[in-house]
Design a binder for this molecule. Structure first.
Ligand SMILES: Cc1cc2nc3c(=O)[nH]c(=O)nc-3n(C[C@H](O)[C@H](O)[C@H](O)COP(=O)(O)OP(=O)(O)OC[C@H]3O[C@@H](n4cnc5c(N)ncnc54)[C@H](O)[C@@H]3O)c2cc1C
Length: 270
């Protein structure tokens, strides 16, 4: 069997537990926020590396993002990926999910003879879960989402298990195919220090592709190539104002009882 050609789509995301919106502009406040590999994408890399160990494979990691997204690719290479490609160009700025998917789709097409594409189910910042399915449609290949187990490669097909709301579904997909994975599929390994050093020392250089490398006109990518535009982003306003009653437990309880009584919310028997 010839080694599988596997592509993994990896997004670098802000550590969202720390993300806040600027109340004036509605933009994400990114200053000082740590960037991480999107959690589901670490599972996608692990799934690819497991297949490599079982059947033999060459793994290419593709990320679209600013230059610092190279760190996410290096981490993937530290986990066992062989080739890294960063799609980075000012022209990609403002891309909606469709413009992002078409850039990623075109990059996958340039990876000759790809058999399998892995993506995470969802990114923890954008949260749309649209990219995997859209890339599959762009490539015209079968897809399975919510994959929680890869069972085997059977000839020119792959057998996977999908998580459903109240059960599981087993699917056989003809290759090439695209899978989006959920966290329960595996426990991602830590990157090996030796492989990380190789990635940083450029023994395994990461390629940077721009929109022209993918054969796009400026009008087909980024904001211009997007089918949707954000009109506004905002945090929901708290509807009711809370009140904190100061004091010790007894005082607070008495104050609370008297307020409830004033509002006629207590029954006479109390
Ligand atoms: C109208 C609109 C305007 C936008 N404008 C901007 C903007 O100006 N600047 C900006 O930074 N973002 C912008 N975005 C967000 C950007 O489109 C999304 O971050 C991107 O399309 C990915 O969508 P998602 O985060 O929901 O990924 P999901 O669909 O939730 O991700 C699923 C999986 O797809 C893969 N994936 C997703 N994104 C990438 C990526 N970039 N590289 C590699 N793999 C990936 C990963 O495997 C991930 O686990 C905009 C979005 C919309 C809808």
């Amino acid at each position: 069997m010839k080694p599988l050609q596997i592509v993994v789509l990896v997004k670098q995301v802000p550590d969202t537990t720390e993300v806040k919106l600027d109340p004036k502009t509605g933009n994400l406040i990114r200053e000082g926020i740590k960037s991480i590999v999107n959690p589901d994408d670490r599972n996608a890399i692990e799934a690819a590396v497991t297949l490599k160990e079982r059947y033999g494979a060459k793994i290419t990691v593709i990320s679209m993002g600013p230059p610092q997204a190279i760190d996410a690719i290096s981490e993937a290479m530290g986990m066992g990926a062989d080739r890294g490609i960063l799609l980075s160009d000012r022209a990609f700025a403002g891309a909606d999910t469709w413009a992002t998917s078409s850039a990623l789709g075109r990059a996958v097409q340039k990876v000759e003879g790809f058999d399998l594409v892995f993506a995470g189910r969802q990114a923890i910042d954008g949260d749309t879960a649209q990219i995997g399915p859209q890339v599959a449609e762009f490539l015209g290949v079968p897809q399975a989402t919510y994959v929680c187990a890869v069972e085997e490669i059977k000839g020119d097909a792959i057998v996977v298990k999908r998580r459903l709301e109240d059960g599981f579904e087993k699917l056989e997909l003809r290759l090439p195919a695209l899978l989006t994975v959920v966290g329960e599929i595996n426990d991602p390994r830590y990157p090996s220090v030796g492989r990380l050093i190789d990635a940083c020392r450029e023994k395994a250089p990461i390629e940077i592709w721009n929109s022209a490398d993918l054969g796009f006109k400026a009008s087909e990518v980024g904001l211009e190539g997007s089918l949707t535009h954000v009109v506004n982003t905002f945090s929901p306003k708290a509807k009711r104002q809370g009140e904190i009653i100061p004091g010790g437990a007894k005082e607070v309880a008495q104050a609370l009882l008297s307020r409830l009584s004033d509002k006629k919310l207590l029954r006479d028997t109390l």
